[in-house]
Design a protein around this ligand. Structure first.
Ligand SMILES: CC(C)(COP(=O)(O)OP(=O)(O)OC[C@H]1O[C@@H](n2cnc3c(N)ncnc32)[C@H](O)[C@@H]1OP(=O)(O)O)[C@@H](O)C(=O)NCCC(=O)NCCS
Length: 171
């Protein structure tokens, strides 16, 4: 299969925070942001694989900064690494200052999607070639994250997670 670049899957979703999407503190409800990220990640996975893609796992989300009502929120998703049928999608979330237009990074998240055929059976996806330094860093760490996710899901024995174990054995 012809390799692709992370930029080929770049998906950018920009939307407002409306009153019906907030919690009691008038900040964006976490589940609403998870849904926006899932949509962006799903499109990024489809762009990389040109196939139907399903969410296999939400590997990491940290709601580090609250996003107030009325904010303009941009969710940027890109495939950071592909394996056989699965893809890690790295998501960056930004809010935009109304007056200056300056963007502030509010959080990151990592999802895993699997490309499937019409019967839901996993199918092969193209390899990926990172281009920027950040893309390379995310690519390099993705195998460890995949192994951690599989161990937590009970799909891999901790002893077989060699790259993950190596992280803890480093001096
Ligand atoms: C995701 C799904 C297709 C995996 O199917 P499966 O029969 O378990 O297939 P496999 O075990 O061969 O796994 C397929 C790939 O997914 C990866 N995978 C499966 N579970 C994973 C997890 N928890 N974390 C990371 N990767 C995972 C496997 O490592 C494999 O990757 P690879 O082919 O790149 O090596 C299947 O579990 C499914 O359809 N789940 C429901 C998806 C869904 O409906 N999502 C929306 C929820 S509302």
């Amino acid at each position: 299969m012809t390799p692709k670049y992370p930029s080929d899957s770049l998906t950018v979703l920009t939307d407002l925070v409306l009153p019906s999407e907030t919690n009691h503190l008038n900040n964006l409800f976490g589940g609403e942001l998870l849904a926006r990220m899932d949509r962006a990640a799903s499109i990024a996975a489809q762009r990389h694989s040109r196939n139907i893609c399903v969410t296999a796992s939400v590997n990491h989300v940290a709601f580090t900064k609250a996003i107030p009502l009325g904010s303009v929120v941009t969710v940027e998703a890109k495939v950071s690494r592909s394996f056989n049928s699965s893809m890690e999608i790295y998501i960056d979330v930004w809010i935009e200052d109304r007056a200056s237009g300056n963007r502030t990074k509010t959080m990151e998240a990592i999802y895993t999607f699997v490309a499937v055929d019409a019967t839901g059976k996993p199918v092969e996806v193209p390899p990926i070639i990172p281009q920027t330094e950040l893309e390379q860093q995310r690519f390099d760490a993705a195998l460890r994250r995949k192994q951690l996710s599989l161990v937590l899901a009970g799909k891999m024995k901790p002893n077989d997670a060699t790259e993950l174990k190596a992280l803890f054995l480093k001096e």
